[in-house]
Design a protein. Structure first.
Length: 185
């Protein structure tokens, strides 16, 4: 019975992996980009195969905000960048260098508001530059410094403990006062 379950689960995993569409659309020269047609300001992921012997590479394009640093193993390199928000719709060359190899692909940028050809296209939800100060410092203790409003005030246990201690203190003062008044007589 156990082997049957394992066989069925393995078969289901193979079928799911086979039928799942890949998010990377192949472009010329072994360069894959997702989304395949981003709008200005969108994030783009690159994957380059056939870079045997290279663990790093670079992708350069006028469409990217910065050059893409590609890293990986087994001849497959990957990296991410953002499409310039000031671009107009059109096709832009992407030049990839890994090891001694250089290849060229193309990135098609669509007008803002146009539907992208890839379902995984991501438009930035926030501005590209910070609009508020960044919480910095604290290291591992930063989580300990965060105070939950519900846990900040005294609860029932704190109240009862405080009342018991106040009662004990009042009793001690009363007994001491009684002893002093007896001694003075």
């Amino acid at each position: 019975m156990g082997q049957l379950k394992v066989t069925l689960c393995a078969g289901a995993a193979v079928v799911a992996a086979t039928l799942t569409p890949t998010a990377y659309a192949a472009d010329g020269g072994g360069i894959s980009m997702t989304p395949t047609a981003p709008a200005p300001g969108a994030d783009v992921a690159l994957r380059v195969g056939d870079c045997a012997g290279s663990r790093t590479g670079t992708a350069v394009s006028a469409a990217f905000v910065t050059d893409v640093r590609l890293t990986g193993t087994d001849g497959t390199l990957a990296g991410e960048s953002r499409v310039r928000s000031t671009l107009t719709a059109g096709t832009y060359d992407v030049k990839v260098s890994c090891g001694d190899a250089t290849r060229t692909g193309a990135l098609t940028v669509v007008a803002p508001g146009s539907p992208s050809t890839a379902p995984s296209a991501r438009q930035p939800a926030a501005p590209a530059s910070p609009v508020a100060p960044v919480q910095a410092g604290g290291g591992g203790a930063a989580e300990l410094a965060v105070v939950d409003a519900r846990a900040a005030g005294p609860g029932t246990a704190h109240t009862v403990t405080g009342l018991v201690l106040a009662g004990v203190a009042a009793t001690a003062v009363a007994l001491r006062s009684a002893r002093r008044s007896r001694r003075q007589r």
